[in-house]
Design a protein around this ligand. Sequence first.
Ligand SMILES: Nc1nc2c(ncn2[C@@H]2O[C@H](COP(=O)(O)OP(=O)(O)OP(=O)(O)O)[C@@H](O)[C@H]2O)c(=O)[nH]1
Ligand SMILES: [Mg+2]
Length: 324
Amino acid sequence: MFSWFQSKKTSTVTPPPNEGAPVKTAPVKTVNGGWGQKMGGALANLFGTHTTVDTYFFDELEDTLLLADVGVSTATRWVDGLKNQSWKSTSAVQEALAQSIEAQLLALQKPITFDPAKLSLVMVTGVNGAGKTTFIGKLAHRLKNEGHRVVIGAGDTFRAAAVEQLAVWATRAEATLVSKPNGDPAAVAYEAIDVAKHSNASVIILDTAGRLQNQINLMNELKKIDGVIAKQLPVGSQRVNWLVLDATTGQNGLQQASVFTQSLPLHGIVLTKLDGTAKGGVVLSIADELKLPVQWVGVGESIEDLIPFEPKAFARSLCGLRDS
Ligand SMILES: Nc1nc2c(ncn2[C@@H]2O[C@H](COP(=O)(O)OP(=O)(O)OP(=O)(O)O)[C@@H](O)[C@H]2O)c(=O)[nH]1
Ligand SMILES: [Mg+2]
């Protein structure tokens, strides 16, 4: 394998330090701390301080949902639906709200699994600083622990520092890194697929440069990368395009997502930085308006801080309830 790696003149292929060692199958460490301490606090407080179900309570509920970044149309629809029923207590409203949110999110959920016997390629996109590279490190680590051989493609070729940052994550996650300084991101995708095929890897994760939704050329570049992947990836491989959204940007994320879907078919959202915000409600707007499932949640900066999205746990936490 090394002679083939060395024959690649224009790109750099960095195998993980322990290349050739037996694959670890240790279970992934459980993430502590759940969704982040801020989420659900305001709703828990509202339900805890109101005992009477009246117009004032519903007004407060709507305001609190808006503050959690649920979005105007979604919040209004939830609250109008609740107002039209009779309630014995505010805690009954709290339970019903959590159950409705869970049902709506569950209806959209399409779990994506990675089969070690087949090649998968995940393209990770999003605006600048959303948390793409950090997510890739966390995901690579998780997949590696599940027994996958992971190749990471450094598709952010604009900044040398971007490759360096990704190289640190690739080393931590024990993944192979394919980079092409100042190269074309589509060429990086091409080479990453080539390396994966020759090294019998099961997952390729492709980083991309951060781009704003109004940068037409950069948005078109995503289409080009996507086209190269379609041609180069073996028939029967799994293709996944995920958009990374920073939860702290709230409703702005919704706008970003709608523009990215015009350039690329998206299979889901990675919601990062939920540990630093009470605005987790944006998940509901994304579900409502874009019909996209959230697949992963980032809850910190370290390699273990990644949680697979679970509608029930999320809905209960958002409503200030314990996960029963
Ligand atoms: N608190 C917290 N910080 C995060 C999380 N994910 C990423 N970050 C931080 O967010 C900052 C940006 O993360 P990157 O992974 O570099 O984001 P990016 O999207 O790759 O950025 P560009 O490549 O510049 O577009 C870094 O300081 C990360 O440590 C998270 O889940 N929680
Ligand atoms: Mg990055």
